[in-house]
Design a protein around this ligand. Structure first.
Ligand code: BDR
Ligand code: CA
Length: 303
């Protein structure tokens, strides 16, 4: 069983990721922390609590950073709807967030754990950067960071930058240079490995959870004729099925100013950094396996 922490900004694709992680029997979700990103942190926190309640799980939620370290905050409500989880009429959550901050909760959970923990950030990396700066003693207790974000190819926020890294590039630079094993699940795989409309139609027939998931997926604007880019869900798929991905070990830097701010620049020649690498970059995914896996997760674990 993998012990994991989700650091997230739900967000439709975050919501699908959280739903899958909470119900997957091989995962132990120790904590969910929230961050400003797709919508404000008040809303991402409310959405995380809403999902914990929806599945009747006893997983603590801690509210995190309301803005990036240095850059001005810009949300993506135009993509995810004003609430961040448009498309389904959720009851208001009754669970409350922890009294302590996300950074404090991350520190306490990681230090108290007997086994190393995998961090799954699917929003801006602000909380993780603050954690590593304030409590570097957590580093050896983090097994791996599997982060949605970045791109070797084109961006989705600007032509250069992917949204999570663009939102807080300084935080991304801290995380990329932390020395902790890091997997980058970026647009190179999340825009190509889509959940097809056929899969979403099948999910819709799978009970209460399937109805909810297909309803919010129907509101995701990251959709084309090949399906919906459910970016954040691929982190969980990678954790459970790394064999479905092709990866490259590379040195990746983050652009911190100018028109390409938030761009993730990889040393693809390996020359400048003398072959030194800091990130395992996902470059290809078995899309068919991803769709089959997601369908099985909903049908077998969420009923
Ligand atoms: C990322 O940006 C957010 O809008 C999504 O939730 C995902 O984490 C994709 O670039
Ligand atoms: Ca996200």
């Amino acid at each position: 069983k993998h012990k994991i922490i989700l650091d997230t900004d739900p967000g439709i694709d975050d919501a699908v990721m959280i739903s899958t992680a909470l119900n997957e029997p091989n995962l132990d979700v120790a904590l969910i922390t929230t961050v400003a990103g797709n919508v404000t942190v008040d809303k991402t926190t409310k959405n995380a609590l809403t999902l914990v309640d929806f599945f009747n799980k006893n997983v603590p939620v801690a509210a995190g950073a309301s803005e990036p370290l240095l850059k001005k905050f810009e949300d993506a409500a135009r993509i995810h709807g004003e609430s961040g989880m448009a498309g389904y009429d959720f009851p208001a959550p009754t669970s409350r967030p922890l009294a302590k901050s996300a950074v404090q909760a991350l520190r306490d959970t990681i230090m108290a754990s007997e086994e190393p923990i995998t961090l799954i950030p699917t929003g801006a990396y602000t909380n993780i950067a603050l954690l590593l700066r304030e409590y570097p003693e957590v580093k050896p207790k983090i097994k791996e960071i599997i982060a949605m974000g970045g791109t070797l190819g084109r961006g989705n926020m600007t032509s250069a930058a992917e949204f999570n890294v663009f939102t807080d590039p300084h935080a991304a630079a801290i995380v990329y240079n932390s020395g902790i094993p890091l997997v980058m699940v970026g647009l190179d795989v999340t825009l190509t490995g889509r959940i097809t409309d056929e899969t979403t139609a099948k999910v819709a027939k799978l009970g209460r959870a399937g109805k909810m998931l297909s309803a919010i997926l129907g509101h995701d604007f990251d959709h084309d004729e090949t399906g919906t880019a459910v970016h954040d869900l691929q982190t969980i798929f990678y954790l459970l099925h790394p064999e479905a991905f092709q990866t490259k070990d590379l040195w990746v830097d983050v652009v911190l100013s100018g028109p390409a701010i938030g761009e993730t620049v990889a040393d693809i020649r390996g020359a400048y950094h003398n072959g030194k690498t800091n990130v395992k970059v996902c470059v290809d995914i078995d899309t068919k396996a991803f769709n089959e896996w997601f369908l099985t997760e909903v049908s077998d674990n969420m009923q």
